[in-house]
Design a protein around this ligand. Structure first.
Ligand SMILES: [Zn+2]
Length: 329
């Protein structure tokens, strides 16, 4: 199924980055992976506990190479690590559905060279597990956000939309970086403090919207915003129902679910349609058109962080779009 996003506000005109795997590069990567694999075959699997897998005595070269499976965590790594880190983010293309992503040779190389890998977990970025397994490293630290925040497999994976998530990842990153580079402890502590200070604007905005709109019924094509709508006290109709689950998995929703979804729009039983412009199917496109036709407020949202924005700016932007839509007549 073709799931390329349609032309909507905020989508940047980036080309899909299908990198052509160069055979020579692939061969080198495989040989290196095999050599490392032989040397480290008996080491434990990467641990979820930051630092648990690192040898305290291993010298750390600065800048520390970090790979983030999702660019929202890559942004955070930059905010905390500053010029003491070099960050590579894998999922960042707004025209690609992250749920359908296939990793590239470049991703494999980046993971093989990373000292810290941040992954969302909960099956959202299972490709990272395969890349980690293909290039074992005893000194690599894996931050699994799902485990860090106490989630279990099967939980909604869009964890960065939970206001509680990013402060915890930020603390974990500051701790991990300090362990690897103790001489820059003050630097990381200072940057963590700056992040926490700017994060309060997001929390304040959520509290303000919740105070005005809690209990309002909304509709969503995909469960990307569930944690945020919960924090806002909004009621998502048929949350995590057949329609949303099918779209998330790239399938066609059952006919009855489509009928029910349409009815919510045409009868204006909801105030807003939250439209995931990164998990687009023919059915979601139809629902978007129907909402526009009916005059229902639509809030387009995305899975990856838009280029040129920080996490805080992105959240504030989406929150003000939501606020505006919820306040519409
Ligand atoms: Zn999703």
């Amino acid at each position: 199924m073709n799931r390329i996003s349609v032309d909507l506000p905020m989508s940047s005109p980036l080309l899909p980055h299908h990198s052509q795997p160069a055979r020579g590069v692939l061969a080198v990567v495989l040989i290196i992976a095999a050599l490392i694999g032989t040397a480290c075959a008996r080491t434990a699997a990467p641990s979820d506990a930051p630092g648990a897998g690192a040898r305290a005595t291993a010298p750390t070269s600065v800048p520390i190479p970090i790979v983030a499976a999702e660019n929202v965590y890559g942004d955070l790594a930059r905010q905390i690590g500053g010029d003491r880190v070099v960050v590579t983010s894998i999922l960042k293309d707004p025209t690609v559905d992250p749920h359908e992503y296939d990793s590239t040779v470049a991703d494999a190389k980046a993971v093989a060279g990373a000292r810290i890998v941040i992954k969302n977990g909960l099956g959202y970025d299972a490709f990272v597990d395969r890349l980690l397994a293909a290039s074992p490293r005893p000194d690599r630290i894996v931050i699994d956000v799902g485990h860090l925040t106490g989630h279990r497999d099967g939980d909604n994976p869009h964890l960065w939309y939970d206001p509680a998530t990013m402060p915890r990842v930020a603390r974990s990153l500051a701790d991990t970086l300090t362990r690897l580079d103790p001489s820059d402890a003050d630097y990381f502590a200072q940057r963590l403090q700056e992040f926490q200070a700017s994060e309060t604007a997001v929390d304040d905005r959520i509290a303000a919207i919740r105070a005005r709109h809690a209990g309002t019924r909304v509709l969503a094509t995909e469960p990307v915003l569930d944690y945020l709508t919960e924090a806002l006290g909004l009621v998502v109709v048929d949350r995590d129902g057949a329609f949303q689950r099918a779209v998330e998995a790239g399938n066609d929703p059952p006919a009855a679910a489509v009928v029910a979804f349409r009815e919510q729009i045409t009868t204006r039983a909801v105030k807003v349609l939250i439209y995931n412009r990164q998990t687009v199917t023919p059915v979601t496109t139809q629902m978007l058109a129907l909402a526009r036709q009916t005059g229902l407020a639509v809030v387009p949202v995305s899975e990856t962080e838009p280029e040129g924005m920080t996490y805080q700016q992105w959240m504030l932007d989406q929150l003000s779009r939501l606020d505006q839509a919820l306040s519409s007549p």
